[in-house]
Design a protein around this ligand. Structure first.
Ligand SMILES: CC[C@@H](C(=O)O)C(=O)SCCNC(=O)CCNC(=O)[C@H](O)C(C)(C)COP(=O)(O)OP(=O)(O)OC[C@H]1O[C@@H](n2cnc3c(N)ncnc32)[C@H](O)[C@@H]1OP(=O)(O)O
Ligand SMILES: [Co+2]
Length: 136
């Protein structure tokens, strides 16, 4: 794993949270994107070299909706950048981690993503992210 790609924060109201994080970080979100497959609306902020992803649920039974119900707003996951997500999934499975996606799926901000279950990582949901190469 190369570096932390982003930190995901579950919020109840994306618009209000955008205003709050804009005040906190002193920059506006550089992107807003809905990811239908995950049932979320997201926004992304840059803080120096780091990225914060805010996530609001678009439904009542997706992962963010369930998280908000059980734990309330707060840090939902840590995402790590990888060069080869398929190889990383294979490596982590061999190491005994519970990888939630056999095959990577399309995430936000032009990434392929896969998740590692928080029960095997001291209660922290881990996301793997690989940049999708631009087509030439
Ligand atoms: C926008 C796309 C992408 C990106 O490009 O960046 C994203 O970030 S998408 C983010 C949203 N998507 C996901 O989170 C997908 C992966 N998550 C899952 O598959 C599920 O949420 C889960 C982790 C398998 C849990 O699902 P489930 O078992 O159905 O939920 P429960 O509510 O019953 O929780 C069971 C258990 O796990 C604890 N939990 C759940 N989520 C988290 C979390 N994010 N961090 C830490 N712990 C978590 C939950 O509290 C329950 O614990 P117990 O009550 O102690 O059993
Ligand atoms: Co994420």
């Amino acid at each position: 794993m190369k570096k932390i790609e982003h930190i995901g924060i579950a919020v109840k109201d994306l618009e209000a949270s955008n205003a709050l994080y804009e005040k906190l970080l002193g920059v506006a979100p550089y992107k807003e994107e809905e990811v239908v497959s995950e049932g979320v609306k997201t926004s992304f902020f840059k803080s120096g070299p780091n990225k914060i992803e805010l996530l609001e649920s678009t439904g009542t039974d997706g992962p963010i909706a369930k998280f908000l119900e059980k734990k309330g707003e707060g840090v939902h996951h840590i995402a790590f950048e990888v060069d080869d997500i398929v190889a990383e999934i294979t490596r982590l499975k061999k190491e005994g981690f519970v990888v939630l996606n056999e095959t990577p799926k399309r995430g936000a901000d032009n990434k392929l993503v896969a998740f590692v279950h928080p029960k095997g990582t001291h209660g922290v949901l881990v996301e793997l992210c690989q940049e999708i190469a631009e087509e030439v």
